[in-house]
Design a protein around this ligand. Structure first.
Ligand SMILES: [Zn+2]
Length: 205
């Protein structure tokens, strides 16, 4: 890889900052890891970052949480790694993540079971039958993320919108929501402009 590309996009501040432009909660979660092209950088490094992610990506505040924030952080990372391996193996044919993807199936099924299957029917004060969710808000939310993985595998159109950023230092998976489905960068502002700047720089030499 050209050193210029490495320097442009693998800058530490860019690599370490949380992102919320992945295109969906699942891809925002995948964006909590950066700079895959250089061995990856963990962005969910502490409680503060984890709360920031929960707030901006899941719409949850600290008051919504029943679990310890450290436990939540560990779970988010576990789900992220499972989802990324499954997408890598099943969509991008990355055979080197096969074993991780197969383990990831169990991880996501466990998440789904703890979130969705805890729905029960109940009767409210007015005698109406209602669905009661007895899982925690966090469990329900990550179950939605796990469900998104299944939807992508089932839905050919969604699947065709799953991309990997063309920037070699970044390589972030993202959901292309553009009408023409022709994006190649995870973010024009972060990776696209850097690539353009690099082309411009080389054109001057
Ligand atoms: Zn990128």
């Amino acid at each position: 890889m050209a050193e210029g590309v490495r320097n442009l996009v693998a800058r530490d501040d860019v690599a370490a900052a949380l992102r919320f432009d992945g295109g969906s909660p699942l891809f925002n979660l995948l964006m909590t890891k950066g700079a895959r092209g250089r061995g990856s950088v963990e962005r969910l490094i502490d409680d503060e970052r984890t709360l920031s992610f929960l707030s901006r990506s899941f719409g949850m505040s600290e008051d919504d949480l029943c679990e310890d924030i450290g436990v939540i952080r560990a779970q988010l990372i576990e789900i992220r790694e499972a989802a990324e391996a499954i997408i890598g193996y099943q969509i991008f044919n990355r055979l080197e993540v096969r074993d991780q993807a197969l383990i990831g199936v169990d991880v996501l099924n466990r998440i789904t079971a703890s979130g969705v299957s805890k729905r029960r029917l109940g009767v409210d004060l007015e005698g109406q039958i209602v669905v009661v969710t007895v899982s925690s808000p966090f469990e329900a939310k990550v179950a939605e993320v796990a469900a998104e993985v299944s939807e992508i595998l089932l839905d050919g159109e969604k699947r065709a919108r799953v991309k990997v950023c063309a920037n070699e230092a970044c390589r972030a998976p993202f959901m292309d929501r553009s009408p023409t489905n022709n994006r190649v960068w995870c973010s024009m502002a972060i990776c696209g402009n850097r690539a353009k700047a690099k082309r411009y720089y080389h054109s001057l030499k």
